[in-house]
Design a protein around this ligand. Structure first.
Ligand code: NAP
Length: 746
C-alpha cells in the first residue's frame, strides 16, 4: 500500500471525498487536509472524519503536501494552479480527477510553461454518480471501476507508480493512455451519451403534453434519461472543455441518425433489421466483456509440476484416455440426433466436459460421464433450447469453434465465453465463413477473440469455402452450420486435416461426401442416435511415445490408440527420426481405426527436416516432438507450422523459451523452429539442464516439458500445469507408473 505524509484535496465533493474515504479507511496518509469554497463542506468533512484540517485558501492546504489532488470542476484548474504554484513541494505528486484531460494539461502548461512538475500526472476515475457533494462520496465508489492516468513526457515514473498504487488501493483498475486518446474515447462513451440524455429530456420537456410524457414514461425513457439528472455545471464545463472531440462525436451521431431515419422512411425492413441486430449483438458483447465474469479469475489459478532426475526405466502397458476430438463430437452429434446415443471411452477432461455442460445448458438430457460412459438423449435438429446464460467453453478451442457453427443456425441468441487462454485465440477464422452463410456472429477482443455473440433465427445458405488455413475446427464449424443451411455446403482444405467430423456424421447416418480435398454435405437432413466407442487419444499417447523414444531401455505399449490417418503424423515423424516403433493389432472401432503401439528406446534419434505434408497430421504433437528433436543427433527443422503460434499458447515461442532455459540451442522462425539436437549415437546421458519453465497454462506444453524431465540432469519445474486436466486427467498418475518422478504442487 502507498503511504503519504500529507494529502491535500482541492475540492472535496463526490469524487474527492470518495478518495479521501479510501485514504482514511486504508490509513494511507498521516495527515489529510482540504480546501473548498464553502466552510460548510469543510466542517462536514471534518465531522465525517475525512480530513484533519480544512482551509478556505488552497495555499494553506498544499504547503508540505506530498500529494495534491485537484477534485474540482475542470474549468477551475488554471486559477487554482496559479494560486498554489509557489507553495508546492519540489517532490509533490500533483494529480486531478477531471473528466477531460486536454484542457487540464493546457491549464498546467499555461501556469508552469514547459517546466511542468515531474510529479504532475493527470487522472480520471471512470466512476461516479448523478449526486454531488461531500455527503455523496462512497468508500467503494471506485471499486471494480477503471481509472485512467494520462502521464506526460515530463511525468516521473515513480509518481505514476505511486498514483497507480493509490488507485489500486481503492480497488480500481488503472489504465494509462495518452491525453488525446482519453478525450477522444470519453467523448464517445461518456460525453455524447450525457449530451443526448440532456437533449432528449429537453426535447420532451418542451412539448405541450410534457406532464403526460413524464407521468407515463416507460422504462426506456427512465433508463436513458437517468444521466440527465447529473450536475449541469459540470457537464456545461465538460462540453466546452472537450469541444473538438465532442463535436466530432455529435457529427458521427447525426450521420447515423440520418441513416436510420432514411431506412424507416423508405420502408427498408431488411436493412433496418440488420442494423438493429448488429447493434444488439455488439451490446451483448459489451455486456459479457465487461461483466463480472472475468477471465482473470482462472488465469490466477496456478499449479506446478516438479520432475526429479530420472532413476528408473520408462516402461509399461497403458491405456491413455479417450480421444478429445472424438469425445467432443460424440456429445454434439448425440445431442442434435434423434434417439439415444451411448458413448464409451469418453474423455472426462475439462474440455470435453465443457462441451457436455453446454448441451446440458441447452436442455439436452445427458447421463454420465461415469467411467467414460455417457448416454445422450438426442433432441433432434430443432430441439436445442436457449441456455439463458453465456455458455462457458473453458479452455476448449474445439468447443467454441464447432459450437459457433451449430449455434449460428439456432432459433435463439447465444453467447460463448472462455478462460484466459481461449479468450486470446482467433475466432474470426470461423466467424467469417459463417457470416457468408448468413449467420449473425460477432467476435470481440482486440483481434477477433472471444466472447462470441450469435443472433438466432437466421436463414443460413450453403456456401463453398476455400479454407485459407488447414484447420479441422474451422472445417467442422462450417460443415455443422451446413446441416441447417439451404442447399450444399462445401469446404476445400489446403492440406488434409482431421476428418473426425466427417466420419462421425456418417456414423450418425448423415451423408457427407469427400472428393479429394473437397468435403460437402446437403443441409436439411437428420442424424440418428448411435453407439460410439471413443479410441485412446494419439495426442496423449504421443507424450509416452516421445518419452520412450528418448530414454534408454524404455519399453512402452499404448493400447487401442486411434490411428485415424489424419492424426498419425507423430508416428511417421518419429519413424523418420529413426525411432523403434511398431503398430500392431489394427482394427476398427466406432468408424475409427485403432491399434496398439509399442515403442522402445533402443537407438538415438536423428534430426530431420520435417516433411510439410506431415504438419497438419501432427499439429498437436509438435511440442512433444520438439523434445524428441532436442535429444536427436543433428539439426531438426520445422517449416509450414505457423498455426502453432495461435494454439492454446504461441507453441513455437513458448517451447523455444523453455528449451533454451533447459540448455538447448534452438531458434523460433515465423512458421516453425530450428533445433540443434544434442544427442550422440549410443550416449544416453542427460540432454537437458534443470530449469524453471513456464507452460503458459498450455496443457501440451506442460506435458512436453514433463517428458523432457526423463533426460534432465537436475530438477525441472513447470509452472501453470493445471490445464493438463483439460485433455489428460490421468497424466501424472500414468507417467509416474511408467517411471517418471512427477510431483504436483498447488
Ligand atoms: P462535486 O461533488 O460538485 O464537488 C466539487 C468540489 O469542488 C466541491 O467541493 C466544490 O466546493 C469544489 N469547487 C467547485 N468549484 C470550485 C472552484 N471554482 N474553486 C475551488 N473549488 C471548487 O463534483 P465532483 O463530482 O466531485 O467532480 C469533481 C471533478 O471530478 C470534476 O472535475 C469532474 O469532472 C470529475 N469527475 C466527476 C464524476 C462524476 O460522476 N461526478 C466522475 C468522474 C470525474 P464546495 O464544496 O465548496 O462547493
Amino acid at each position: 500500500m502507498p503511504r503519504f505524509k500529507k494529502v491535500a484535496f482541492i475540492g472535496l465533493g463526490l469524487i474527492g471525498s470518495s478518495l479521501a474515504r479510501v485514504i482514511q479507511a486504508r490509513s494511507l496518509a498521516d495527515h489529510v487536509v482540504a480546501s473548498t469554497r464553502s466552510i460548510q463542506t469543510l466542517n462536514d468533512a471534518k465531522a465525517l472524519g475525512l480530513i484533519h484540517e480544512g482551509y478556505s485558501n488552497p495555499i494553506d492546504a498544499v504547503r508540505d503536501a506530498d500529494l495534491v489532488v485537484l477534485a474540482l470542476p475542470v474549468q477551475a484548474t488554471e486559477k487554482v494552479l496559479v494560486q498554489i504554484k509557489p507553495y508546492l513541494s519540489k517532490d509533490v505528486i500533483l494529480t486531478d480527477v477531471g473528466s477531460t484531460k486536454g484542457n487540464v494539461v493546457r491549464a498546467a502548461q499555461a501556469v508552469f510553461g514547459s517546466d511542468l512538475p515531474i510529479g504532475f500526472v493527470p487522472g480520471h476515475p471512470i466512476a461516479g454518480s448523478e449526486h454531488t457533494g461531500v455527503h455523496a462520496g462512497k468508500v467503494d465508489l471506485f471499486a471494480h471501476h477503471k481509472v485512467i492516468l494520462t502521464p506526460l513526457d515530463s511525468s516521473a515514473s515513480w509518481a505514476v507508480q505511486k498514483l497507480t498504487q493509490l488507485w489500486q488501493a481503492a480497488d480500481a483498475e488503472v489504465i494509462c493512455m495518452g491525453v488525446d486518446q482519453h478525450d477522444e474515447v470519453l467523448a464517445h462513451t461518456s460525453h455524447l451519451p450525457h449530451l443526448m440524455a440532456f437533449n432528449l429530456v429537453e426535447q420532451l420537456a418542451s412539448r405541450q403534453d410534457n406532464l403526460d410524457i413524464f407521468r407515463y414514461a416507460a422504462g426506456g425513457f427512465r433508463d436513458f434519461s437517468r444521466i440527465a439528472a447529473s450536475d449541469p455545471q459540470m457537464w456545461h464545463d465538460i462540453f466546452f472543455a472537450n469541444k473538438t472531440a465532442i463535436l466530432s462525436a455529435v457529427d458521427g451521431f447525426e450521420a447515423q441518425l440520418k441513416t436510420i431515419r432514411h431506412l424507416i422512411d423508405t420502408d427498408n425492413s431488411q436493412a433496418l433489421m440488420g442494423l438493429l441486430k448488429n447493434a444488439q449483438a455488439a451490446r451483448q458483447h459489451f455486456n459479457y466483456m465487461l461483466s463480472k465474469h472475468t477471465v482473470m479469475e482462472k488465469e490466477q489459478v496456478t499449479q506446478k509440476f516438479t520432475i526429479l532426475p530420472q532413476k528408473h526405466r520408462f516402461q509399461g502397458t497403458f491405456s491413455v484416455p479417450g480421444d478429445k476430438s472424438v469425445s467432443h463430437r460424440s456429445i454434439m452429434f448425440g445431442a442434435i440426433a434423434e434417439g439415444t446415443t451411448h458413448v464409451t471411452g469418453f474423455l472426462e477432461g475439462e474440455d470435453a466436459l465443457a462441451t457436455l455442460q453446454a448441451f446440458k445448458d441447452m436442455g439436452v438430457k445427458i447421463e454420465g460421464p461415469n467411467q467414460g460412459e455417457v448416454t445422450i438423449h438426442g433432441v433432434g435438429m430443432s430441439g436445442l433450447k436457449p441456455a439463458g446464460k453465456p455458455l462457458d467453453m473453458g479452455n476448449s478451442g474445439t468447443s467454441i469453434r464447432l459450437l459457433s457453427g451449430i449455434l449460428s443456425a439456432q432459433q435463439f441468441d447465444s453467447v460463448m465465453i472462455g478462460d484466459a487462454s481461449l479468450s486470446k485465440r482467433p475466432m474470426e477464422r470461423i466467424a467469417k465463413p459463417l457470416r457468408l452463410m448468413g449467420a449473425q456472429i460477432q467476435t470481440t477482443g482486440e483481434r477477433g477473440t472471444p466472447p462470441i455473440s450469435l443472433v438466432g433465427a437466421q436463414a443460413l445458405k450453403g456456401i463453398h469455402y476455400d479454407l485459407p488455413m488447414a484447420s479441422a475446427q474451422v472445417k467442422s464449424g462450417i460443415l455443422l452450420a451446413g446441416l441447417w443451411a439451404e442447399g450444399e455446403t462445401s469446404v476445400t482444405e489446403p492440406e488434409p486435416t482431421r476428418d473426425h467430423t466427417e466420419r462421425m456424421l456418417r456414423a450418425f447416418g448423415y451423408d457427407v461426401k469427400t472428393e479429394g480435398n473437397r468435403i460437402s454435405l446437403i443441409g436439411g437432413g437428420r442424424l440418428v442416435g448411435t453407439n460410439i466407442q471413443v479410441p485412446s487419444d494419439i495426442s496423449s499417447a504421443a507424450f509416452f511415445m516421445v518419452g520412450a523414444a528418448i530414454t534408454e531401455d524404455s519399453d512402452i505399449t499404448l493400447e487401442a490408440v486411434g490411428i485415424n490417418p489424419t492424426r498419425t503424423g507423430v508416428i511417421e515423424i518419429l519413424k523418420h527420426m529413426g525411432a523403434d516403433i511398431a503398430v500392431a493389432n489394427e482394427r476398427i472401432a466406432g468408424g475409427e481405426p485403432i491399434a496398439d503401439i509399442r515403442i522402445r528406446g533402443t537407438r538415438t534419434l536423428r534430426g530431420i527436416h520435417i516433411p510439410e505434408d506431415q504438419v497438419p497430421l501432427a499439429i498437436d504433437e509438435f511440442p512433444a516432438l520438439f523434445v524428441a528433436a532436442s535429444c536427436a543427433e543433428g539439426k531438426t527443422v520445422l517449416t509450414g507450422a505457423a498455426e502453432l503460434r495461435v494454439k492454446e499458447s504461441d507453441r513455437i515461442q513458448v517451447m523455444v523459451d523453455g528449451l533454451q532455459a533447459m540448455g538447448i540451442d534452438c531458434t523460433a522462425t515465423p512458421d516453425g523452429i530450428i533445433i540443434e539436437g544434442k544427442g550422440k549415437s549410443g550416449d544416453w546421458s542427460p540432454i537437458f539442464t534443470g530449469a524453471d519453465v513456464e507452460s503458459h497454462h498450455d496443457h501440451r506444453i506442460a506435458m512436453s516439458f514433463s517428458i523432457a524431465g526423463l533426460r534432465a540432469s537436475d530438477v525441472v519445474t513447470i509452472h501453470g500445469t493445471e490445464t493438463v486436466a483439460t485433455s489428460f486427467p490421468t497424466f501424472t498418475q500414468l507417467a509416474n507408473e511408467a517411471g517418471l518422478a512427477i510431483q504436483t504442487i498447488g
